[in-house]
Unconditional design. Structure first.
Length: 293
């Protein structure tokens, strides 16, 4: 029973990724729970909570649903703990399973809450002079109402290579959404150019040929590849350093040779990017800024 339960848990967790960076900070993840005549504890409250469990160090209110599952499954999503169980399983059995995974549940809840707090501090304040990470540098956005005749209404200026500036043709009273949309449009155009250049650079080294490039804004995936040579890359990779971006490009191109994550796949990646493990950690633990406006 335990191996089956653990496998189910892993699958369920994969289906409950953390919230997209542009929404996670707003998720009602924790809150007060009325516990009369008892000592106050750390509390985690799912906004759709309909059950709760008291652990030694915390009180967790969670969303519980019945389903056609064969086993009990649970995971920590952007709003907190979510539990699924077959119709024939009793609440006492659910409670016992959760208690058996108390340390794991509390660790995941704390990690998710900390992630949301970090994301909340990374929301871009869209205004004249706002800065954002761009390929390992800090890009400053400057509103230039008189900027005419420039394609896309944006001009990339590198008079000081260490401090690039993006001039956009908007009035100084432009609202946050207008500024965000203009900057995003420029970044998407840049992403396509940069990705094409890097794909063309690495494809011959790997002995593969890509056929189509698509851009995405996926919340939890930086890239994907199909056996027909189609590559899909997240334009927000421009917020990371070029070595990290190159790692993702090589990762997806390597899938054109090995369509899995077997040892042979990682050997293929390492043949071009020997330090892929450290770059992968940098990508995993790095935070792209939130694009809420």
């Amino acid at each position: 029973m335990l191996p089956l339960l653990r496998f189910t848990l892993d699958l369920f967790e994969e289906k409950l990724p953390l919230a997209p960076v542009y929404k996670a900070f707003a998720a009602p993840f924790s809150g007060a729970i009325n516990v009369p005549n008892e000592v106050a504890q750390v509390t985690f409250k799912h906004p759709l909570a309909n059950h709760q469990i008291r652990f030694v160090d915390a009180l967790v209110a969670y969303e519980f649903k019945r389903s056609k599952r064969r086993t009990i499954g649970f995971g920590v999503g952007p709003n907190g703990l979510e539990v699924r169980a077959p119709t024939w399983v009793t609440l006492r059995e659910v409670d016992a399973v959760l208690r058996g995974k108390e340390k794991w549940i509390l660790r995941k809840l704390q990690e998710a809450q900390q992630r949301q707090q970090r994301l909340a501090s990374q929301v871009i304040d869209w205004r004249d002079g706002v800065t954002l990470p761009y390929l390992g540098q800090t890009l400053t956005v400057v509103l230039e109402p008189a900027l005419d005749g420039v394609a896309g209404g944006a001009e990339f200026v590198t008079a000081d290579p260490a401090a690039p500036v993006l001039r956009i043709s908007l009035a100084h009273q432009a609202n946050a959404a207008q500024i965000r949309d203009r900057v995003q449009a420029w970044l998407i155009r840049q992403a396509k150019l940069v990705f094409q250049q890097r794909l063309n650079h690495f494809a011959p080294q790997l002995g593969v040929q890509w056929t189509k490039l698509s851009l995405s804004n996926a919340a939890t995936r930086w890239g994907s590849a199909r056996s027909d040579g189609s590559i899909r890359l997240n334009w927000r990779l421009l917020h990371f350093t070029m070595p990290v971006l190159d790692y993702v490009v090589v990762h997806e191109l390597s899938h054109l040779r090995v369509m899995d994550h077997s040892p042979r796949f990682w050997e293929t990646v390492a043949s071009v990017v020997p330090d892929h493990a450290s770059l992968r950690r940098e990508l995993k633990h790095g935070e792209a800024p939130s694009w809420a406006a």
